[in-house]
Design a protein around this ligand. Structure first.
Ligand SMILES: *[C@@H]1O[C@H](CO)[C@@H](O)[C@H](O)[C@H]1NC(C)=O
Ligand SMILES: *[C@@H]1O[C@H](CO)[C@@H](O)[C@H](O)[C@H]1NC(C)=O
Ligand SMILES: *[C@@H]1O[C@H](CO)[C@@H](O)[C@H](O)[C@H]1NC(C)=O
Ligand SMILES: *[C@@H]1O[C@H](CO)[C@@H](O)[C@H](O)[C@H]1NC(C)=O
Ligand SMILES: *[C@@H]1O[C@H](CO)[C@@H](O)[C@H](O)[C@H]1NC(C)=O
Length: 366
């Protein structure tokens, strides 16, 4: 345990005589020179902080140091350091403070695990003998890093009207943070905030743009800054613009006797239902549980010159893709074979006609 006498005796005094003169002068000058010097401190919530209070320009014996906090309109004592150097909490609040000061006339007090409740005005009061009390007011500022979230969920596509496409929220920050967006497309921002009774604030920023499907899955950044804490939080989200399926049907496999066609839907959320139709008949119905559900096998011997439709549905609507199957390729090969035959027949016909005509002419000449 540290004794105040130590502080006293460790003064660099050349002699008893000098000391007496010094004491006498200090007593005379006490009103002008003697004072308490404290300094404002800033701390991140949850961290420890050390408060420093110094008594300067006196060598009188320190009898007590007490700490007060300005609470609900008045100063309240919560911690006291007695002459023998022992710190003592006077209430629940004071229990997180401990006296660690060992230097001359310099009280260092550790405040552990700060919270927003510690933010405020404090007073260091030195009681010395015989002059009495000297005090100084200082501030403890507690900062809280907000928790940041960025959301972009299920924004319905709308190619004509600007709307909110993402929201960035910084909850319970102190001091109020700055917020900005990084986006590669044309946008506008609207901000609002609430200040809570404990001094923290929740800031929200809305990102506005025309929610076209081109923006779906485009990455945007919300940057939250607290200059005083030198923190910069960069939070990202991929935009989620929801839109009805755009359906295309393409040939997946083609063999001589059969063909597999595949229904593909560009949709957000993913299409959850696919229905195949042949002309007006529903020929298949499957909820998408696997890739296979979107495939349709056509046996060419039985089909041909038919229109197929694939209808895909999600929460935003329905899209239809079509596929026209011409007559089976077997027939097409035959059709192709007929054309040269027809040409040959035609050529032969013309030759025959010319031949007959020539003979008739000869006959008529005779
Ligand atoms: C705060 O101080 C206490 C006591 O000295 C120590 O045990 C603890 O680790 C410190 N915490 C931080 C965050 O520095
Ligand atoms: C401050 O107040 C808000 C709203 O009452 C609360 O949600 C938040 O947790 C408080 N923050 C701290 C650090 O106590
Ligand atoms: C945020 O992060 C992205 C990618 O990591 C980067 O391109 C961007 O410059 C960052 N912005 C800031 C302000 O740190
Ligand atoms: C956003 O999308 C890209 C691909 O386009 C992906 O690499 C990234 O992980 C996604 N980010 C988030 C936060 O989902
Ligand atoms: C597909 O889903 C719908 C509703 O989501 C349900 O009514 C229907 O029975 C399902 N069909 C099959 C074949 O699982």
């Amino acid at each position: 345990m540290q004794n105040w006498v130590y502080w006293h005796s460790s003064l660099p005094l050349p002699s008893k005589y000098m000391y007496s003169i010094l004491l006498f002068l200090l007593l005379l000058l006490r009103v002008n020179g003697t004072r308490v010097v404290s300094e404002p401190v800033s701390v991140k919530s949850g961290k420890n902080v050390t408060i420093n209070c110094k008594l300067v320009d006196t060598s009188e014996v320190i009898q007590q140091i007490s700490l007060q906090k300005y609470t609900s309109g008045k100063w309240e004592n919560f911690f006291v350091i007695s002459q023998d150097g022992a710190g003592k909490a006077l209430n629940e609040f004071g229990k997180r403070f401990s006296f660690i000061g060992k230097e001359q006339r310099h009280a260092s007090i550790l405040l552990q695990k700060t919270s927003l409740l510690d933010d405020g005005e404090y007073k260091c009061i030195f009681t010395i003998f015989p002059s009495g009390t000297f005090e100084d007011v200082f501030r403890i500022t507690v900062y809280v890093q907000p928790s940041v979230t960025v959301q972009s969920e299920d924004i319905p596509e709308d190619v004509t009207t600007e709307g909110v496409i993402a929201v960035c929220t910084a909850v319970n920050g102190k001091l109020k943070p700055d917020m900005s967006w990084i986006a590669t497309f044309e946008h506008r921002v609207e901000m609002n905030f609430v200040v809570h009774s404990n001094g923290s604030s929740t800031v929200q920023s809305q990102l506005f743009a025309v929610p076209s499907r081109m923006l779906n899955q485009v990455e945007v950044f919300c940057v939250v800054e607290q200059p005083v804490l030198a923190t910069k939080m960069n939070t990202t989200v991929n935009l989620s613009i929801t839109y009805a399926p755009i359906v295309t049907v393409r040939i997946a496999e083609s063999e001589s006797d059969k063909m597999v066609i595949l229904c593909e839907a560009d949709a957000n959320p993913a299409a959850e239902k696919f229905v195949w139709k042949k002309e007006s008949d529903i020929i298949g119905f499957d909820n998408v549980t696997s890739e296979e559900n979107r495939h349709l096998t056509l046996m060419l011997a039985n089909e041909g010159n038919k229109q197929y439709f694939c209808k895909a549905t999600n929460v935003r609507g329905t899209g239809v893709g079509t596929f026209y199957l011409k007559s089976a390729p077997v027939h097409r090969i035959n059709t192709a074979g007929i054309i040269p035959l027809l040409i040959i027949i035609l050529v032969m016909g013309i030759c025959l006609w010319l031949l007959v005509k020539k003979r008739n002419w000869k006959l008529s000449q005779a």
